[in-house]
Design a protein around this ligand. Structure first.
Ligand SMILES: C[S@@+](CC[C@H](N)C(=O)[O-])C[C@H]1O[C@@H](n2cnc3c(N)ncnc32)[C@H](O)[C@@H]1O
Length: 263
């Protein structure tokens, strides 16, 4: 059995390894280095979480998640206004090639406007909600000459029939409680369930962007997931976000990280 204890003013970390073969590189000094580094990282993470937790807003009581696939939603239920700068930054990250762009989730059309303003060759949108598709048809009138099309359905059901793109913009939300549990509660980032599909539909050198659900940096677990599907990635820290105190969304911090991953 191996024990490590680290005591600080505000907390104590105790690590007990029950199995002497767990983490067993050739030399004991290497094992010590790994264990010490792991505890140091955890300590550092807790200290940062202490600091960022003081920048949280209270937020509203969470609304039970109903089936949203075909719900008729108010603007703020689709996406709150404070997210607009994030949409702009993601659109700018994904359109550097000015090529063929796939957008998952039309919503209020805010990101679609930013994508169009960047000057792109073509714009394909996947959207499952019929009332949002009605919004799309009104929005499309603003861009009569542009190569824009919408594919109706959940991306999980329709993406296989599509080709490859230079950029993929991903911004959906869980559609029901099962989605919520699988895609948010059990995952380091909501976008994880889309990583494989994104990599499958990107041209070499093409890029994929999403909001990370992380506050001030990217966790190691998150980075390892990215490296399973992409060759490199870059991060942008959005801070400060103008978060209203009565925010309805499941986000309370005044910063977030957006990711641009390259295939
Ligand atoms: C947060 S909104 C997108 C907001 C948009 N980026 C904007 O700037 O207005 C999410 C959208 O994704 C759609 N959506 C959610 N899950 C989906 C899925 N599995 N397949 C296709 N669309 C989905 C929703 O209907 C909604 O229109």
């Amino acid at each position: 059995m191996t024990r490590r204890i680290k005591r600080l003013k505000d907390f104590e970390i105790s690590l007990v390894l029950m199995n002497d073969e767990f983490i067993r590189p050739p030399r004991d000094s290497q094992r010590n280095w790994i264990l010490n580094r792991s505890i140091a990282e955890f300590t550092d993470d807790l200290m940062h979480m202490d600091a960022v937790s003081r920048r949280f807003v209270r937020g509203s009581d969470s609304i039970p998640l109903q089936d949203r696939a075909q719900a008729i939603l108010e603007d703020y239920e689709i996406m709150e206004d404070w997210q607009m700068p994030i949409m702009k930054a993601m659109a700018s990250a994904v359109t550097e090639s000015h090529g063929d762009i796939l957008e998952i989730g039309f919503g209020r059309g805010i990101s679609a406007n930013f994508l169009q303003e960047s000057g792109i060759k073509s714009h394909t949108i996947i959207e499952c909600n019929d009332s949002i598709i009605d919004r799309y048809h009104d929005w499309k009138k603003n861009y009569p000459a542009e190569d824009i099309k919408i594919i109706r359905g959940k991306w999980q059901d329709v993406i296989h029939d599509l080709g490859d793109y230079d950029g993929i913009f991903f911004h959906t939300y869980p559609l029901d409680t099962d989605d919520y549990l699988e895609q948010i509660a059990d995952s380091v980032t909501f976008a994880e369930h889309f990583f494989a599909a994104a990599a499958d539909h990107l041209r070499n050198g093409g890029c994929f962007t999403y909001q990370s659900n992380e506050i001030d940096s990217l966790s190691r677990g998150h980075q390892r997931l990215l490296f399973k599907h992409f060759t490199k990635f870059s991060l942008s820290l959005m801070h400060p976000l103008n978060i209203p105190d009565n925010i309805k969304d499941a986000w309370w911090a005044d910063s977030t990280v957006i990711v641009k991953a390259v295939r």
